[in-house]
Write a protein that binds this ligand. Structure first.
Ligand SMILES: [Zn+2]
Length: 144
């Protein structure tokens, strides 16, 4: 038998699950609707479940985190290549400039999605009401 709760989108059980949904560019609430309406523009609300997403305040944090990640991955490799092979500067430029561009552009949207989803899960900024309603709905469900 199908009940209303069976067809409702599965709420994320943990912050990690919500942030994983955000990392994949999906709504943290339902995991189905797209979080972004452009490369780095978060949709005002989820097209699938209608969850409000415009409350996020990611600001510069995704860019900062991407710099930290890309730096920690590439700098040891750059230093290893330099100490082992000592190639000329144009080889470094030809290797690392595309690597940095691909990694930063590839990580920026997923990292921003994860941060927005983390803010949503934690009830930060304007997400307090959504979190309060989630907790209220969870308290009214019978224990499994
Ligand atoms: Zn949704």
């Amino acid at each position: 038998m199908t009940t209303a709760t069976d067809t409702a989108p599965a709420k994320p059980a943990t912050a990690f699950q919500a942030m994983l949904r955000g990392f994949r560019g999906r709504c943290p609430n339902c995991g189905e609707g797209r979080m972004f309406r452009a490369f780095l523009k978060v949709a005002d609300e989820c097209p699938a479940c209608g969850e409000e997403l415009h409350h996020h305040r990611a600001d510069d944090f995704p860019a900062y985190l991407v710099i930290v990640i890309v730096g920690h991955v590439l700098i040891p490799i750059v230093l290893a290549v330099e100490t082992e092979f000592a190639p000329s500067y144009w080889v470094h430029l030809a290797l690392w400039l595309p690597a940095v561009l691909i990694m930063t552009l590839g990580l920026l949207q997923p990292v921003k999605g994860a941060i927005v989803a983390g803010q949503w899960y934690g009830g930060m900024h304007g997400f307090e009401e959504a979190r309060r309603l989630r907790e209220l709905a969870a308290a009214q469900l019978p224990a499994r």
